[in-house]
Design a protein around this ligand. Structure first.
Ligand code: SUG
Length: 418
């Protein structure tokens, strides 16, 4: 079996909008009420996938979930015409695009039964995200259907919040080798909610049958959450034996690095000091919300948002690192500004699954021709723009529902499959 890392990007849905639904996510709240551009947003996402293909990486994708979520509104005793504005917005949210929050993935080399486990996230802390999981669960069951290779778990009970791989890092000698799985939880974020609960992380590790000898549970720094790092992936990212983190990412940085080195002496820990890049700059630029990827020819690239290139303090640190002997050898800026305006950078948009791609339902795997086909549906069917007061309009609802169906049809997914 050939195990590689596959990045599954969430295709940005036709209802992408700025409703300001996530307190603690500074970009989302700052842009609340602005008009969004779903077509441009989704095409930016497609271009990001093409950039990954050009790097020689294996790329997959997930489909947008059906919005408005009629069953959720029905359970709340309402529907899209009659619902209050905040419920309309929550039912229309395209937030499932941020695939890093779909699930936590423990690849086969890490698990007791040698299967790749995916535990779907419950996302209970934010109402608009709390109803993603049934659609996500259905989609993951379809994409990773072979029970000999994959196990897809429903979410942990809603008593503890779980936000998936955004609060999870894996260090390994190579993707195909057993890894050290690092679960990062929050306890308090000052004025903002801590979205990942330690008990949820521990449950996910158990569900995924991860080896207890190769697990770490680490607390995110309260300061980072208070500064706007609502997920760990806004201040840290790992790939193979490299951890790339902000100095203030963890509550106990030295304890965290020590625990990592004890279990994995070969780990390379690259810490960006706060006197070069403040937490504020890290969060504004999403420097760490980057895809740190291993290139087929060797070495690592950082696929990062153009906002990081536009921040002089961030960019000068990066250029020095690349010019020196650091593990990041290449910087690949990508324009995902429409997603960034809702607090979702390149790393938020993807779920990493180390697996044998031949075991994945091929309708979820990207190549240029398939991305052309998806791009055509987006260009012709996705709304050009959405103003928040349009959410709930019958005409917009009809356009959004039809656009998604058209996409599923173009990708060979039957109406009864998703
Ligand atoms: O959960 N934004 C998302 C962004 C998720 C980013 N994911 C990662 N860091 N992995 C969130 O806060 C904003 C939606 C709105 O306000 O309309 C939103 O849900």
């Amino acid at each position: 079996m050939t195990l590689v890392e596959v990045n599954f990007d969430g295709i940005i849905g036709p209802s992408h909008n700025y409703a300001g639904l996530s307190p603690g996510n500074l970009a989302a709240t700052a842009n609340a009420g602005k008009a969004s551009f779903p077509r441009e947003a989704a095409l930016q996402g497609i271009e990001k996938m093409r950039a990954n293909l050009r790097l020689g990486l294996v790329q997959g994708f997930f489909f947008p979930l059906e919005r408005p979520h009629a069953a959720w509104l029905d359970a709340l005793g309402t529907d899209i015409e009659r619902a209050e504005p905040h419920l309309k917005a929550a039912a229309m949210s395209a937030s499932a695009m941020w695939a890093a929050n779909a699930a936590t993935v423990s690849p086969a080399p890490d698990t007791k039964d040698g299967r790749c486990h995916l535990a779907v996230a419950n996302l209970v802390t934010m109402p608009h995200r709390s109803h993603e999981w049934p659609g996500t669960y259905a989609q993951l069951q379809l994409a990773f259907a072979d029970p000999a290779y994959f196990a897809v778990h429903p979410p942990v009970p809603p008593c503890w919040g779980d936000e998936g791989a955004a609060n999870f890092m894996r260090l390994a000698q190579a993707h195909r080798e057993p890894g050290l799985e690092i679960f990062v939880y929050g306890k308090s974020g000052g004025p903002f909610p801590a979205r990942q609960h330690e008990q949820a992380s521990r449950a996910v590790a158990r569900l995924n049958r991860a080896d207890p000898e190769r697990l770490l549970f680490v607390q995110q720094s309260e300061q980072a959450i208070a500064a706007g790092a609502f997920h760990n992936d806004v201040v840290a990212v790992a790939n193979e034996c490299v951890l790339f983190a902000h100095e203030q990412a963890f509550a106990d940085p030295e304890g965290t690095y020590g625990a990592i080195r004890e279990r994995m002496p070969e780990a390379q820990i690259v810490v960006v000091p706060q006197d070069r890049v403040s937490l504020e700059d890290a969060i504004q630029s999403y420097l760490f919300n980057a895809q740190l990827v291993s290139l087929p020819e060797g070495g690592m690239a950082l696929v990062l948002p153009t906002e990081a290139r536009d921040n002089p303090r961030v960019w000068s640190w990066l250029e020095e690192h690349v010019a020196g002997n650091g593990p990041i050898r290449q910087l690949v800026p990508v324009d995902v500004r429409q997603s960034m305006a809702n607090g979702g950078g390149p790393a938020c948009l993807r779920l990493r699954v180390v697996c044998d791609p031949t075991r994945v339902d091929s309708r979820f795997l990207a190549d240029e021709a398939r991305l052309d086909r998806i791009g055509d549906v987006i260009a012709t069917r996705w709304p050009e723009s959405i103003a928040p007061d349009q959410l709930g309009d019958a005409a917009l609802t009809a356009t959004v529902v039809k656009a998604r169906r058209e996409l599923l049809h173009a990708c060979g997914i039957g109406a009864d499959e998703l």
